[in-house]
Every structure is written in C-alpha cells, then in structure tokens.
Design a binder for this molecule. Structure first.
Ligand code: PLP
Length: 368
C-alpha cells in the first residue's frame, strides 16, 4: 500500500502503538482519583501538558486537552461572549470545523464576515477595512489543508493586534503544527489535532491565552480547568505528545527529501500540462493539482485499485468537488478534476514514481 493522504489522517507510529499496552496498564486510571495510580496518572497528564506548553512556548494553564481540533474550534466560537462586539472575521478557505462553528455562533448573536483572500493566503490590506469596534475575533488558518498554502500567521496576527488589542485572533494550526515553525505570541486561541501527527484519534488541544473568557461547552466534573468536563483520556494525550516529538524530528530532518518529492510532482504536472493548484508558498508536504480531464473520483478509484491512497479534497468534502478550490476562484473543471497528495517523511521517491506511472496510465486510458 502507498499511503499519500497524511493530511486526512496520519497512521499511528509503530513505536507508539507498541507502547500502548504498557501505557494502558500504567495510566488508564482516573486522574482525579486519590490512590497512588490515580495520582501517578495525574502527574503524567501534568507532564504532558507541560511538554506541549514548552513546545508552543506558552504556559501549561493555557493548554486544554480536547477530543479534536473541531472541538477546540467549537469551544472558541461558541464559548465567546458577543455582547459588546459580535463580528467574526474569517476567509472561506478555512476548514469546515472553523466555518461551521463560527456560523453556529449566530445563535449567540455573532455575525460572520468573510474577508477577501488570495490563492496564496490572506493579506492585512484585505482585513483592515473590516476592523472596527464590532469585531470580536479574526480567524487565520496556518496551513490550508487542501492546497498547503501558508498564511503569514505571525505577521497578520501582529498587524491585527497593532491595530486593536481588543480583537481576538484564532488560529487553526492543525496542518502546520509540528511540521513548520509557529509563533503564538499574538494568537489568543489555537486548535491542534493529534491524529494529523500520528497519535491515536480522539485527542486534540485548544491553546487559550485567556481561558477564563470562554464559557464551557461541556460542564460537569470541572476537568481541564473547568473548560472541558469529562474524565481525561490520558493515554491518548500521551500518544499526542509522543507523536509530536516524532513528527517534529522527522520533518526537521527530512526537509530536503520532502522538497524533492514535491519537485517530482511539479515536474510531472508541468510535463503533463496539468494545472497546479498549490500556490508557490505552499508547504512541501501538501500538493494539489488538477488533470483537467479525469474526474477526481475516477482517478482516485483507479489509484485505489492499485493500493495508492490519495484524496480529491478535504476528507470532510462530500461529493468530491473541492469547496476550497471553487472559493479560490477556480473553474468547475479544475475543482472537479483535482487531486490532493499529502506526504510524510516516510514516503519514498519510488512511491511517487509509482503514483506518477499510474496517473499517466489513467490519463491515456481512462479519459472518455
Ligand atoms: N483544521 C484543519 C486544517 C484540518 O485539516 C482538520 C482535519 O481535517 C481539522 C481542522 C479538524 O481536525 P479534527 O479531525 O481533529 O477535528
């Protein structure tokens, strides 16, 4: 099997799955329990929080473990108070977890305002005309999950804060976290997903600079500083920390390798006159292109029959036609024939050669 859909989910690292029985043995206790195994489990959870905080250069009290990045986004947009300022600024290239949770905050009196964007991301000039005392929060994703486009998060957040300290900044850092540098200095909230890094599913994190301004979505026992009640999934959290360490090391050590893989895809697309949808500034591990002639589904099915797994768009896109590409201004023809290849340092050059060979074959034999 050749797996090229790491942006959808990353398989659990072998070294992690091997450790799980031992972790379950030692730390599957209730961290609120008073006996020694509970105390130990609580300590380990605290350690994990400190390690994640250290990596992000923030304080442990600002790390709230969640079930997913989707939950983290919901906690923010549905947890804020919109009484004095009610606008949410965002772009329509954001992940659905952000768009839908922002939209659903309309029940709380919030209003979503979609700002212009470019194919390679957002510019402050497009945001500034909308900035006034009505804006509560602005959302900026770090890396687009379909095209790999990188927003200049640090610069944009700085510019927004220079304009007004009162405007909160939310960052979906899911597709960049652990893989490219991220600076949260001017960021108020950030969402993180474990399974994109190779941890168990069902674990993520919210970074909140001022957690106290959020009204909890889930109430009960008061876990996670009262923001997310429910007995903590300590073993899953431990796999998140280990997956982060492994990911950070592998991506750091394999930057040139990933560049080479992407270049292979770019050269191939140029040779075939395929349309490259990923902008110049995109990360090396997410590559999006359109054949212009083969519906995404046909190509995905052919590749799947050869045990090569890729996506057309985000894993949450129904029907296979990319909303993001359409919102980037691309034609139906481009959006309906797109393919997203998402890579990992473990992907070999031969894997890409095999992919290329099969796409070439499909282009010659499957076009009606
Ligand atoms: N944000 C981005 C950019 C994503 O790619 C994803 C996953 O598809 C999410 C958020 C949601 O992550 P999770 O699956 O942890 O809810």
């Amino acid at each position: 099997m050749i797996y090229l859909d790491y942006a959808a989910t990353t398989p659990v690292y072998n070294e992690i799955s091997k450790k799980i029985p031992d972790l379950l043995d030692k730390y599957n206790f209730n961290p609120s329990a008073l006996y020694s195994a509970g105390v130990k489990t609580r300590e380990v959870l605290g350690n994990a929080r400190r390690q994640l905080a250290f990596y992000l250069n923030v304080s442990p009290e600002n790390i709230i473990f969640t079930s997913s990045a989707t939950e983290a986004a919901n906690m923010v947009f549905k947890g804020l108070n919109y009484k004095t300022a009610n606008q949410i600024l965002l772009s329509n290239l954001e992940h659905k977890s952000v768009i839908e949770s922002a939209e659903s905050a309309s029940e709380l009196g919030a209003e979503t305002v979609y700002i212009k964007h470019h194919r390679d991301g957002m510019e402050f000039e497009d945001i500034s005309p909308f900035i006034d005392e009505n804006v509560r929060i602005c959302s900026i994703m770090l890396v687009n999950n379909e095209t790999g486009a990188v927003n200049q998060l640090e610069k944009l957040a700085y510019e927004i804060k220079s304009y007004s300290k009162d405007i909160l900044v939310f960052a979906d850092i899911v597709q960049g976290f652990g893989k490219i540098p991220v600076n949260l200095e001017n960021i108020d909230f950030a969402s993180i997903s474990g399974h994109k890094l190779g941890s168990l599913k069902g674990v993520g994190c919210l970074y909140a600079k001022k957690p106290e301004i959020l009204k909890p979505l889930i109430v009960g026992g008061g876990q996670e500083f009262g923001l997310r009640s429910g007995t903590e999934n300590v073993v899953a959290v431990l796999t998140l920390i280990q997956a982060l360490k492994t990911t950070a090391k592998l991506y750091e050590e394999n930057r040139e390798h990933l560049k080479k893989l992407k270049k292979k895809m770019v050269d191939f697309c140029n040779k075939m006159r395929f349309h490259i949808n990923s902008p110049e500034n995109s990360v090396d591990y997410i590559f999006n292109f359109s054949t212009g002639m083969l519906p995404s589904e046909v190509l995905i099915n052919h590749l799947s029959s050869k045990e090569i797994y890729v996506s057309a768009a985000s894993a949450c896109t129904k029907g296979g036609v990319s909303r993001v590409l359409k919102n980037m201004g691309y034609s139906d023809g481009i959006a309906a024939t797109a393919l997203r290849i998402s890579l990992h340092p473990d992907v070999k050059e031969e894997d890409i050669d095999k992919l290329i060979h099969e796409i070439e074959w499909a282009s010659e034999n499957l076009v009606l």
